[in-house]
Design a protein around this ligand. Structure first.
Ligand SMILES: [Zn+2]
Length: 153
């Protein structure tokens, strides 16, 4: 049996739930394979940890209460959950965060505009205008075409 298969079966082996044939095969493998034996010790440690943990029992009628609450939630529907359901305060927080960010954006945007010394819309437009580029340089095909047509270039 390969180590991979043995290591898959170790936890079942520790629980003592292996078929008799597999059980012997794994026992002999563990005697001869240091790596798998080490895995086995690790697994046993984990299992001991779990079995040592204190066990809690659910309160009385726990399952029935959970089911009743689920049914109640379904009856209330989407809009109830949106406005009055428990996560509503989270949604309100999200919405107000979005509004605050938008306001910050608007305020900082207008502050930048005022600070830049550009005041009128036409000035702003001309600063972004394509007129800063030569529409057809004279040594380009477009420029040659325009000069043939008698345009100024
Ligand atoms: Zn092995």
């Amino acid at each position: 049996m390969k180590c991979k298969r043995v290591q898959k079966l170790i936890s079942i082996f520790i629980d003592g739930e292996l078929k008799s044939g597999e059980k012997e095969t794994i026992e002999s493998h563990l005697r001869n394979c240091r790596i798998c034996a080490e895995k086995m010790r690790e697994m046993e440690g984990v299992q001991k940890l779990f079995s040592a943990a204190p066990k809690h029992t659910a309160p009385e009628h726990f399952a029935a209460n959970v089911i009743a609450n689920l049914k109640k939630g379904r009856e209330r529907g989407f809009w109830f959950d949106f406005f009055l359901g428990e996560p509503a305060y989270l949604k309100m927080a999200e919405i107000s965060c979005a509004i605050i960010f938008i306001l910050i954006g608007m305020i900082s945007g207008s502050v930048l505009f005022l600070g830049s010394g550009v005041h009128t819309q036409t000035e702003i437009r001309s600063s972004f205008s394509l007129d800063v580029f030569e529409p057809a340089p004279s040594n380009s095909i477009g420029g040659a075409y325009i000069s043939i047509l008698g345009g100024s270039s």
